[in-house]
Every structure is written in structure tokens, then in C-alpha cells.
Write a protein that binds this ligand. Sequence first.
Ligand code: ADE
Ligand code: ZN
Length: 375
Amino acid sequence: MQSPDRPIAQSPNPSSNRLITQLPDDLNAFIARLPKVELHLHLEGSIRPQTLRELAEGKSWLKGKVADWIGERTRESYRYGSFPKFLAAFGLVSLLLEGPEDYALITTRLQEWLAEQNVRYAEITLSAGVILWKKQSVEATFEAIAAAAEEAEDRCGVRVAWIFDGVRQFGVDHVRQVLGFAGRFRSHGVVAFGIGGDEARGPAALFTDLYREARDMGLHVTAHAGEAVGPASIRAAVELLGAERIGHGLTAAQDPAVMALLRERRIPLEVCPTSNVSTGLLARFQDHPLPKFLDAGLAVTLNSDDPAMFGTSLQREFELAAAHFHLSNRQIGDLSEEAIRAAFLPADRQQALLTELRLAAQAAEIPGTSLGPQA
Ligand code: ADE
Ligand code: ZN
């Protein structure tokens, strides 16, 4: 149960572990046991230092680059100073991936990490647009990823599905190619199509036709929106693109009409608070409007975005949110439930995850929760 005097972190520094050690043991244990679902997680942003070192094994030309990369992240405490600087860093880490085997390795290591956090299902974003930009083969890369994912699913018990992401500032023709690949691999685990990158340099209106085509292909559609740009971008993603979920949606808090739109249409937000601190969009974790979103009745899911680039994990985002926003166990469970309901999964798989969650809630004796004993 929530302790009323739960201590709050003095520092929002995502690389600091102080907050976690201050949390009551029962809360940490509850979060650790909670079956979790992650919906906003970039494969290329999930490469931890040990995996980078593994990638560089036997490749003398990569060793120095990897050491520089790790050193810089540590020195800068996983902060990038500005959103464009973060995007540049994302491009750089993607360049360390030289071919399909590298993508396969990072997929395996990500699933193992998710298993450690009791993440039961994840929709992982692959920046297919970045693979095109590097002039690598999207087909060969995704075939290697899918084979690695299948092996890790059986071994670790973490099911995954894929979202192919286009880079919006690269323009419509580029993003159209990404959509083509998403459609082609739809029967091989790609459930959705989305756009990421620089919202300011690739407004939603450019992609209206592409999103219609994506829906016609039977793909789900998402979009990063209201991350580094104001709430009008969220409205455009909903009204012009038909986005079924919004990546971040941070600036919705600035416009009550956009909040109302999200509530009325039940569009879930994939919030990623540590990401927003690391990319310089928020000064501190506790400045995230997550509590305001919950109070307004929005569907909120909690996510780690590019966890290795931000020194976080989904487990840690739950711990930080619980501590900074004084969330009760019930509210923590509700975040997990929203993610299950917002997942692009068939109804029977959603029900199975909801049952798992209900059992975990019962074991933790959460009273009066929507997750409590079934009627
Ligand atoms: N690509 C990887 N992470 C991203 C983010 N947080 N926003 C936009 N594009 C991204
Ligand atoms: Zn993202």
C-alpha cells in the first residue's frame, strides 16, 4: 500500500539511483512483480553499454566509437541539452549498427532486459527510415530481427510486435517507402506504422494520405506528437492522421480543448517522462503533466522511449512516477492496465494479460481496484 510519507527524490537526474533506494521495499517489489506492457520503445535507443561493447567485439574500428559514446553519455548524465541534439545522438548510435546481425543482437538483448523487468509484451519501434538513410536493406534487417525475436520470445517469455517508424523531416517520399515495408511485413509481426523525428520540420499535414493508405493496408497507426511542438500538433495527429495513440503528447497539457479531444476519443498517450527531461523539454521529472492527465480522465500509459540513451527502464519509470507523483498501488496497476488496453493486440491476448495483471493485483491485495477480484 502507498505510504503517505513516501520520500520524494531530491534530484531528477536520470542517471542517479538515489530515488530508487529511498522507495519502500514493498513498492519496489510490487512494481517488479507487476506484469508490464511497453508501447513506446525504440529498438535503437535500447542498446545498453554492455551490448555496445558486445557489438564492438572483434571490430577494432568500432571500439573507439563505442567507448566515446559510452563516455559521453556518462559525462553528460544522459542529457542532450536540446531535442535536435538528442536526434543527432540517435542518428549516431544507429550508425554503430552495421548490418542485420547487429540488429538481431540488440533485439535479443532488449528482450532479455524486458524479461528482467517482467515486461510481458512490448510493441517495439524500428526506425526503418534510419535503415533506409544508412542505405542498408530493410528486408534483410527485419528478417534477422524477427528470427531473433522469435527465439527470445520462446526463451524469455516476452512477446513483441513491431512498429515501423518513418523519419518525418526526411519527407513524404521517404516515409512512403517505410510504409511500403510496414505493409510488406504486416503478416510477420509489424502491427503499426508511425512517424518520429523532428516534429517541427515534418508537420502531420504532410502525411495525411500516407496514413489513409496505412489504415487501408490494415495497419494500426501512431504518431509522435506534442513532444517538442505545441498542442496543435496533437490535434493534427488525431484529426488529420487518425492516430490511434499519441507518442508523448506532453504539450496537450497546454490546451484544455486538446485534452478534451483526447478524452472524448479515448486516444491513449504514451508518456515518457525521463525522455522529456533528457531531451531538455522538461527541467525535472516531476514537471511532467502525468497527474494532470490522470485527473482529466485521459488514458495514460507509461514508457521508456529510448531507455539506454536516457539511463532509464520501464521499471524505473514506474518507480520514479510512483515516487514523484505519490501514486497508489492501484494507480500503478491502472497504468499497466491502460497499456494492455491500448496495445495493438487481439482481444483474447488482451484478456490473457488482464488476467495476469488481476492475479498480480490480488496477490498484492489492492482493495477496490478495477483489477480486483472478478465479479
Ligand atoms: N526517435 C527516437 N526517439 C524519438 C523521440 N523521442 N522522438 C522522436 N523521434 C524519436
Ligand atoms: Zn519515441
